[in-house]
Design a protein around this ligand. Structure first.
Ligand SMILES: NC(=O)C1=CN([C@@H]2O[C@H](COP(=O)(O)OP(=O)(O)OC[C@H]3O[C@@H](n4cnc5c(N)ncnc54)[C@H](OP(=O)(O)O)[C@@H]3O)[C@@H](O)[C@H]2O)C=CC1
Ligand SMILES: O=CC(=O)O
Length: 292
């Protein structure tokens, strides 16, 4: 495949770009804080000075940015990706954003003759490192087919979901469920502890029953130790709850559980936990319990 551009080398972007390099792809990276590209240079990446410079050099450019504002800024601002988009260029945005943001980007890219695919991912830091993401793609099917060799390195499974917006919506639905589950789990762990049960035994019981899942198994032990090293930053989970609630609003879907979970994530952010892992929402329950 042609050289791939990669915009955004945060927790996910870095792991994904490293994976592409390990599998023999030539990759040119850019990050707003350029020094965060240094480690990727050690893995063999080149660095572009701006998003526009990366797009100029590469036929295909992937973006992995924090939120709608970041995704829009990297495309539309001065020296942004759009400046160098033209016929034959492909832009693949893997950030978690809402369908409107994705559509705005798609329209701008295609109006300059480029092709666009949205491809948010399910799976966190470890799946990104291991190339085990679940990719939720939509948009230009021909571009999707062209970049499948790269998507196959990044993920264990890609879904092509049709028109732009469907990938974004699917991702928000999944993360809305995940954020609600994390709150229910946190309440359960605190309830077990405060009512005299061993929370480790709760984890064992959960793991053998119908609601066993990798998230409880992976995050539970660290949460019991009040440790939340950021794999999926809490501020991003709260952004996803906010965007999912807006989608519920548009479609008149009552979501009281998700709304309560969003409030808990907002509370956690107000306590300064936004850069911790999203499992740190546990602190809002543990803290409330311990102060009574
Ligand atoms: N972490 C996870 O488990 C998962 C995350 N996601 C999604 O992937 C995306 C990236 O997440 P993650 O890597 O964890 O996040 P990080 O916070 O680690 O990285 C965010 C990236 O966005 C960049 N950025 C933020 N604001 C701007 C801006 N205004 N202009 C340009 N660049 C900007 C950051 O640059 P800088 O370094 O300069 O701050 C950084 O490269 C998010 O949409 C998230 O919801 C999806 C699945 C899993
Ligand atoms: O978006 C986060 C994830 O774990 O998926």
């Amino acid at each position: 495949m042609e050289e791939i551009g990669f915009l955004g080398t945060g927790i996910m972007g870095k792991a994904m770009a490293v994976n592409l390099l390990r599998h023999g792809f030539k990759v040119t990276v850019w990050n707003r804080t350029l020094s965060r590209c240094d480690e990727l240079v050690q893995h063999g990446a080149s660095v572009g000075e701006t998003p526009a410079a990366v797009v100029e050099k590469c036929k295909y450019t992937i973006a992995m940015l924090s939120d709608p504002a970041a995704a829009l800024s990297v495309v539309f601002d001065k020296d942004g990706a759009l400046e160098q988009i033209c016929g034959g260029k492909g832009y693949i945005d893997m950030s978690t954003v809402d369908a409107d943001t994705s559509s705005k980007i798609s329209e701008a890219i295609t109006s300059k003759g480029g092709c666009f695919v949205e491809a948010p991912v399910s799976g966190s830091k470890k799946p990104a490192e291991d190339g085990q993401l679940v990719i939720l793609a939509a948009g230009d099917k021909a571009l999707y087919d062209q970049v499948l060799p790269a998507l196959d390195v990044l993920g264990k499974k890609s879904f092509f979901l049709g028109q732009v917006g469907n990938g974004a919506k699917m991702k928000l639905v999944v993360n809305m469920i995940m954020g609600s589950m994390m709150n229910a789990f946190s309440e359960g762990v605190v309830l077990a502890d405060k009512s005299g049960l061993d929370p480790h035994t709760l984890l064992d019981v959960l793991d053998l029953g119908a609601i066993a899942n990798p998230m409880f198994k992976m995050k539970g032990p660290a949460m019991i130790n009040n440790s939340y090293p950021p794999a999926f930053p809490l501020k991003h989970q709260q952004k996803d709850m906010r965007l999912a609630l807006a989608l519920g609003d548009e479609n008149a879907v009552p979501m009281p559980v998700a709304a309560a979970a969003n409030e808990a994530f907002k509370k956690a952010r107000s306590l300064g936990l936004g850069d911790h892992d999203f499992s740190a929402v546990f602190e809002t329950i543990r803290g409330a319990q311990s102060s009574t």
